[in-house]
Design a protein around this ligand. Structure first.
Ligand code: SAH
Ligand code: AVI
Length: 340
């Protein structure tokens, strides 16, 4: 069920719709993850208002090349990319966040089309509000239908975008999934998500997927363990969020950020490691969790791709790769895939 919620933006070109009850999901995931034999938490919960701001700061770190590498691709090849999208497209963006790089595409699309319909999909409603407002200020012929939804079920977000008004007129839908956010899903999860997306699209619609590529550990590890400690703060904010929203008693200085590259699986793993044996209470869950000294909570994986993994992802989920663009160092790829 979708519900339109108040936006505070008195602009007929903006609408925000909700797709589910998120508060209960957080409690459920925390209980499930922290009572598992190997503790874990899903990375979607990083992104409350503070977490989104910390991710934004990560993008400015000299070590976190991901944002700049993709911006280079979109800047250098933007015209060709938008040509390949075709005429009169509707743009959907999964995990849109601040939508900064999206502007590199919107700059071109709003020049070419009389009107552009943009459907950002994210779990953070404040980010959807803010980025929507900023985009509308800058593009007179843009309409924004923001959807607060979990992108692991994109068909739900696509349905919300259809039933709530801004339905595209006979245009192709192009779904952006930028920033290598696909890498935060394990390979089975990524295929399941892209299959669900394919279900929600028509044949001939397109996916424009950003993927971080495999590279040296010397480049990868500092990108996820920066000397300023911004990524550590981003990671630890998950415990702070449990304290804030679920009455947790985590002492943040009793946990340490850890990030390392697992070459066998081609992924960065981020963990929060307990600095001592300790017990932590979470009041809202009526739960007490025991940690051994050094025991970790696995909070995120960030899979790195190559041509073979991207080809099998496309093949397994019903898409055909049309074209791939890379940055000058071949650290990042953006891939246009067409729904078969
Ligand atoms: N696309 C932007 C932001 C990437 S950060 C970029 O390339 O820089 C990841 C974004 O995905 C955040 O805005 C976060 O709020 C959102 N996100 C994370 N998990 C999500 C989920 N399961 N469903 C919807 N949005 C999610
Ligand atoms: C959003 N996502 C692609 C980021 C990444 O690189 O995996 C999240 C992140 N985690 C730590 N730094 C950035």
């Amino acid at each position: 069920m979708t519900v339109a919620i108040a936006t505070g933006i008195p602009d007929p070109r903006f609408q925000l719709v909700e797709t589910e009850a998120h508060a209960d999901d957080f409690a459920r995931d925390v209980r499930e993850g922290l009572t598992a034999p190997r503790k874990w938490l899903p990375p979607r919960w990083f992104y409350d208002a503070l977490g989104s701001a910390l991710f934004d700061a990560i993008c400015f770190l000299p070590e976190y090349y991901v944002m700049r590498a993709e911006a280079e691709v979109l800047t250098a090849h933007g015209d060709e990319i938008v040509d390949a999208f075709g005429a009169n497209v509707r743009l959907v963006e999964l995990g849109s966040g601040a939508a900064r790089k999206t502007r590199l595409l919107l700059d071109r699309l709003t020049e070419r089309q009389a009107e552009v319909e943009y459907v950002p999909v994210d779990v953070d409603p404040q980010m959807l509000e803010r980025s929507g407002r900023e985009l509308l200020n800058d593009y007179a012929n843009l309409r924004v239908l923001a959807v607060r939804a979990d992108f692991t079920r994109p068909s739900v977000a696509l349905t919300a975008a259809k039933t709530d008004g801004l339905r595209a007129r006979r245009s192709r839908t192009v779904v952006l999934f930028l920033g290598s956010t696909i890498g935060n899903l394990d390979p089975e999860g990524a295929v399941a998500m892209l299959r669900d997306l394919r279900e929600g699209l028509a044949s001939g619609d397109a996916l424009f997927l950003g993927a971080d590529l495999r590279k040296s550990r010397d480049v990868l590890e500092p990108a996820y363990d920066d000397p300023l400690g911004v990524t550590a703060a981003f990671n630890l904010n998950l415990l702070a969020r449990i304290n804030r929203e679920l009455g947790g008693t985590f002492a943040l200085d009793a946990f340490r950020h850890r990030a390392f590259y697992d070459e066998t699986h081609g992924r960065i793993e981020m963990h929060l490691a307990s600095r001592c044996a300790q017990r932590v209470r979470i009041d809202a869950l009526d739960l007490e969790i025991a940690f051994d000294d050094g025991e970790t909570i696995h909070t995120e994986s960030s899979y790195k791709h190559d041509d073979a993994t991207l080809a099998s992802l496309a093949e397994a989920s019903g898409f055909t790769i049309e074209k791939t663009w890379r940055d000058s160092r071949a650290w990042f790829a953006d891939v246009l895939m067409i729904a078969r």
